[in-house]
Design a protein around this ligand. Structure first.
Ligand code: DGL
Length: 273
């Protein structure tokens, strides 16, 4: 289906919840003049432990909502949804370009020139093998070592990113990467950029390269829009509109943690099956 899009149309970004605001922030930093519509499925988060079918169904519903808002691009900020639903979202989007964080993280890993790549993410992302497939397709000679780190999502939401509990949890998850030859580590989850500094410090001696898929997808969005002549030439700061499927307790506190500021325009929108 052909949708009517122009350079003035907003960019749509979605996630299972509020964590994807790390991606929205990276896109805003890179493309400050673009209007952005964000959808966080706060009523149904987390996606990381759900089946592929369910994540695909939810993601398609959200994509249809964003298309209805007239977006010119859809960015799947959620790694779990990128793994489970990229093709389904593309099918729903027709001529609207769809980007996902897994392809973006892969592109950055390839660019790093490293040969042994570590991936950390939710159970859903890691067990789908989506990063492995994507990295191997890009370069069959790569060695990939992945690990699910499910406790990092609740820790990030609690704001526990560098206290004793966080550092011990990181140590339990990351210690295998100290001696398994990994040269670059992909942060394959919306919540993990919040641990970037402690992770960098943890591997300081080893000099491991940390790949933040939020930053990578923002760079990819700029290239793609530029190539399609769809970059907004607006000189004012773009508008940011945030939709959530439920307003969770402590919403503002959480949103500020991931976005770096409180979002102004927040609406509740429940999606139907
Ligand atoms: N947004 C998810 C991801 O990036 C993490 C939170 C969840 O499990 O829904 O995989």
């Amino acid at each position: 289906m052909n949708h009517n899009i122009s350079s003035k149309s907003p960019i749509g970004i979605f996630d299972s919840g509020i964590g994807g605001l790390t991606v929205a922030k990276a896109v805003m930093d890179k493309l400050p003049n673009e209007d952005i519509i964000y959808f966080g499925d706060t009523a149904r988060v987390p996606y990381g432990i759900k089946s592929e079918e369910t994540v695909s169904k939810y993601s398609t519903q959200i994509a249809k909502f964003l298309i209805g808002q007239g977006v010119k691009m859809i960015i799947i900020a959620c790694n779990t949804a990128s793994a489970a639903a990229f093709k389904a979202v593309q099918a729903a989007a027709g001529n609207i370009p769809v980007l996902n964080v897994i392809d973006a993280g892969t592109a950055a890993a390839i660019q790093s020139g490293k040969k042994v790549i570590g991936v950390i993410g939710t159970l859903g992302t890691v067990s789908s093998g989506a990063y492995d497939v994507s990295l191997k397709q890009a370069n069959g000679a790569l060695t990939i070592k992945s690990k699910a780190c499910p406790m990092l999502v609740p820790l990030a939401e609690e704001g526990w990113t560098d206290n004793e509990v966080a550092l011990q949890t990181l140590d339990i998850y990351l210690s295998p990467f100290r001696n398994n030859g990994v040269e670059a580590l992909i942060l394959g989850c919306t919540h993990y950029p919040l641990f970037k500094q402690p992770i960098q410090e943890y591997f300081a001696e080893k000099g491991l390269e940390i790949i933040d898929s939020a930053e990578s997808v923002a760079a990819m969005a700029e290239n793609k829009l530029d190539g399609l002549n769809l970059l907004n030439d607006n000189t004012n700061p773009g508008a940011f509109t945030c939709y959530v499927s439920d307003r969770p307790q402590r919403f503002h506190e959480l949103a500020e943690r991931f976005l770096g500021r409180e979002p102004e325009n927040v609406f509740v929108e429940s999606l139907k099956d």
